[in-house]
Design a protein around this ligand. Structure first.
Ligand code: CA
Length: 678
């Protein structure tokens, strides 16, 4: 593998925005790939390793191998094998098997495949559930020994509707690495098990901070075993997002306190999940089944050469991930791998949700299977992903899990790049502004975001910037956001696109942007630290930037307490008021009424009401007005006994900021007005 190239490519792994819908036959399955159509499949739960009373049993799926052997080791990365087992082929299932009569707990193993007369490099296979340091060898451990106390009763939050979820996207190192976090286990899974941690000013950090903010789920950046951080040299403090998958079914070693002990990373990740569950918070994993860190030396290639990746007709790897390759979910064994891997995380680790990186590389049928199977384990599991790719693919466009195809899937949501780019400006053009920062002409695209890309009689999709038709059949198919780990974070985006403004004015813009996200239909998503005005020193894609760029400075919490309190109030507003959490497109069409505004005369102004006690809300009508203009704006509100919920950068969802009898009311530049009446 060309390490540098892969790391470089990683910068583009997950940021590319929605592509155009291509004609259905634009990329027919290549002739090269059709070679694998007749492969038998095998997805029994004894794949690769099973330990029982009769001993240790190996079964590797590799239909075209000429021979396969297992190498047995005492250690996770050094020394010669103490034994080698030749495997026997089972033609019907395409698997190779070998057994030894005793349980090999504490030992390590690799497989080796004879392909075209050559022994390939050793591989831990594609299904190791435990590994040695750096994931080079699979480990035999007793999984039940990794369960923390009380694990049998552990359960994440029940989720009735996915629009009830509030997602907080975080990286382990960003969240806890700074000395200002007051957290002992910096950059580790265990950081999220520490309660009572404080910033230098005595404000809560860590898990207590999450509880105080009121989010329902944390979405952790890749936490399976990835390639880029050397687990044997952690003192080098190498940072990476982790979008370079090595072993999909094992936690990353660098987040554990002892990567050389195969049980440590498993036990500590479970401890983290249990601590979050005990705090009432769900855990979502960022999964990157769409490509592998290596090409020919990836575990997929060393196990069943050619099968798991897509290729062009000339045999080259196709590269819809922009990371060197893409996987082939349309083939049954790969599809089963994705489905069974997600199910394994939900069952063994009690994971509550999955965010699929570059989901447009996968086929819609596989994604529906993922959601269906997960529902059987836990109906509260939430599945969503990036409904786009980062390059061309041989898979036919109509089969891809694009956001435009989201209605063809069942139980899967997609990120709304519509609301993202319309509210804050284009994701990669740093000087471009959005609706909330004063750019006119984006009103209709923001409205597409407000109605969660569903059909609405007052929304004109022909004026949409990123999408031209109501692609979502339900608000449960949409995740709303203005920023995430990719590209400039909101603070940096506003600094670059509003160079003349003060930081305090930019924070008002940020409040307006997040008010739009939190009150829109669909599921809101925030990037960790933005609630305390975190920045990334202007770095667009900080996938391998040092801690000095990525770590959240918790001094910010005292400095920007007003920002934090505003975000926390938005979370409470949403949780207490089901009007913001409707569950069907027909409810949205019925209960959202936009006020007529001539955008050519009054640009950057949107006004609408949630009417008729929407979705069983205690409030009969909620009026929302967004002013993204650099000047104050006056609007006319019908007479009534209104409670002022939010105005001019202040918010008070419970007791209100005062009463208002209707008539003319003025909004400050870049601000949101929310009124409610019984
Ligand atoms: Ca690793």
């Amino acid at each position: 593998m060309n390490h540098t190239k892969v790391l470089y490519a990683m910068a583009f792994s997950c940021l590319v925005s929605s592509a155009l819908i291509l004609p259905a036959d634009a990329f027919p399955q290549s002739a090269f790939d059709s070679r694998f159509v007749d492969y038998p499949v095998y997805s029994g739960d004894d794949l690769e390793l099973k330990v029982d009373a009769d001993g240790t049993h190996f079964r590797l799926w590799s239909p075209r191998a000429e021979a396969v052997r297992v190498n047995l080791y005492d250690t996770g990365h050094t020394g010669k094998p103490f034994g080698t087992l030749d495997m026997k082929k089972d033609e019907k299932s395409g698997t190779w098997t070998a057994s030894c009569g005793q349980p090999l707990y504490g030992k390590f193993y690799t497989f080796q495949v004879l392909h075209d007369g050559k022994w390939l490099s050793e591989t831990p296979g594609v299904w190791p559930k435990a590994v040695g340091v750096n994931g080079m060898r699979a480990a035999v451990i007793d999984m039940s020994s990794t369960d923390p106390e009380g694990w049998e009763n552990d359960k994440g939050p029940d989720v009735a509707n996915f629009t009830d979820v509030i997602i907080y996207e975080m990286h382990h190192r960003d969240f806890s690495q700074s000395p200002t976090s007051g957290i002992a286990n910096k950059g580790k899974f265990l950081a999220l098990t520490e309660s009572g941690t404080q910033s230098p000013q005595g404000l809560s950090t860590g898990i207590d901070h999450l509880k105080e903010l009121g989010i329902t789920h944390v979405h952790i950046l890749p936490s399976y075993d990835y390639n880029s951080v050397d687990e044997m040299n952690l003192q080098q403090n190498v940072y990476n997002w982790g979008y370079d998958p090595l072993n999909y079914n094992v936690p990353e070693g660098s987040y554990s306190t002892n990567p050389s002990d195969p049980a440590s990373r498993i036990r500590e990740m479970k401890q983290m999940i249990k601590a979050l569950h005990d705090a009432g918070i769900g855990v979502i994993m960022d999964v990157v089944y769409n490509h592998t860190a290596g090409n020919d030396d990836s575990n997929f290639e060393l196990t069943a050469p050619g099968y798991y990746h897509r290729h062009w007709d000339d045999g080259r790897y196709s590269d819809a991930s922009a990371c060197g390759n893409e996987t082939a979910s349309e083939r049954r064994q790969m599809s089963d791998f994705i489905v069974n891997s997600a199910r394994y995380w939900a069952e063994e680790y009690h994971v509550d949700g999955f965010r699929f990186d570059l989901m447009g590389i996968h086929d819609t049928e596989t994604m529906t299977r993922v959601a269906d199977e997960l529902k059987k384990v836990n109906p509260s599991v939430f599945v969503y992903g990036e409904g786009w790719t980062a390059g061309d693919s041989p898979l036919a466009a109509e089969r891809r899990a694009f956001k435009e195809n989201v209605s063809a899937m069942n139980g899967v949501a997609v990120f709304s790049d519509d609301i993202r780019d319309a509210v804050k400006g284009h994701y990669s053009n740093e000087s471009d502004r959005g609706f909330a920062s004063g750019k006119p002409g984006l009103e209709e695209t923001v409205k597409i975001g407000i109605v969660a890309s569903t059909a609405h009689p007052q929304v004109d999709y022909s004026k949409g910037n990123n999408s031209r038709f109501p692609y979502a059949g339900s608000p449960e198919m949409i995740v709303n956001y203005v920023s995430c780990h990719d590209d400039l974070c909101l603070t940096d985006k506003l600094r670059k696109s509003m160079p003349e403004a003060s930081d305090s004015l930019r924070r008002e813009v940020a409040k307006l942007a997040q008010t739009i996200v939190f009150t829109s239909q669909g599921t809101p998503f925030v990037f960790a630290g933005e609630e305390i005005w975190r920045d990334k020193k202007g770095v667009h894609n900080s996938f391998q930037s040092p801690d000095s760029v990525n770590a959240i400075d918790w001094n910010n919490k005292a400095l920007f307490k007003d920002q934090f309190d505003y975000y926390a109030a938005l979370a409470r507003l949403r949780r207490d008021h089901p009007a913001f959490r409707m569950t069907s497109a027909s409810d949205i069409a019925r209960h959202i009424v936009f006020d007529k505004i001539d955008s050519s005369k009054q640009p950057n102004l949107i006004s609408y009401s949630l009417v008729g006690n929407a979705n069983g809300d205690s409030w009969k009508e909620i009026k929302l007005v967004f002013n993204g203009a650099p000047e104050a704006r006056t609007v006319n509100v019908r007479k009534g006994d209104w409670m002022v919920v939010a105005r001019d950068g202040k918010i008070s969802p419970e007791s209100g900021l005062g009463r208002f009898a209707g008539g003319r009311i003025t909004l400050a530049p870049y601000s949101a007005l929310i009124l409610a009446r019984q």
